[in-house]
Design a binder for this molecule. Structure first.
Ligand code: IMP
Ligand code: MG
Length: 173
């Protein structure tokens, strides 16, 4: 692994995030909570909630932290909740947001955890989807970009904690 090949520029991401926000604001009734999965979705969520504001949404914001990848570029297959789930989600409408859906394990685990918290309705959103890699069937209601079986970094996503700061998304080759 070494070179970076830009897949989605900062401008392309910004345009797609704005369009996603319009779609989300049209679909989810007013009073909802965005739950971002740390750390990968932090950058996406930060842009998404401001795009939602421009689209007329007024979401609340919470985060959950899952662990599964460690330092590897392939999922270990074991997902854990680090710390606690957000308080006060019972009865709420929730938009669960991750950076990338790969095998589907992380977002499926987080969705189960939110259901255990007694949420009322759940929608899911990911900036990037790798449908060919799916092992767990899970519905992603709002997808930014679908990509092939490739490892990407930037815009919050990492390889061994590096590259999260990149304003664009690149394939790591
Ligand atoms: P899943 O549980 O296999 O769906 O993996 C999803 C999680 O793995 C995401 O939250 C990402 O943080 C991470 N991930 C999956 N693919 C990539 C990638 O290509 N680059 C960086 N992180 C990834
Ligand atoms: Mg992640």
């Amino acid at each position: 692994m070494g070179g970076l090949c830009v897949l989605f520029s900062a401008e392309a991401i910004a345009a797609r995030v704005d369009a996603l926000a319009v779609e989300i604001a049209r679909t989810i009734p007013d009073d909802f909570v965005v739950v971002g999965l740390l750390k990968g979705a932090a950058v996406f969520v930060a842009d998404l909630i401001r795009a939602l504001d421009r689209a007329g949404g007024r979401p609340e914001l919470e985060f959950m932290r899952l662990s599964s990848y460690g330092l590897a570029s392939r999922s270990s297959g074991v997902v854990e909740l680090l710390g606690e789930s957000p308080a006060g989600l019972a009865g709420r409408s929730v938009l669960l947001v991750d950076d990338i859906v790969d095998t589907g394990r992380s977002i499926a685990y987080a969705a189960d955890e939110l259901r255990r918290c007694g949420i009322d309705r759940l929608w899911t959103c990911a900036l990037l989807d790798k449908p060919q890699r799916r092992e767990i069937s899970v519905t992603i209601d709002f997808v930014g970009f679908s990509i092939g079986d490739q490892f990407v970094v930037g815009y919050g996503t990492d390889y061994a904690e590096k590259y999260r700061h990149l304003p664009y998304i690149a394939a790591l080759e």
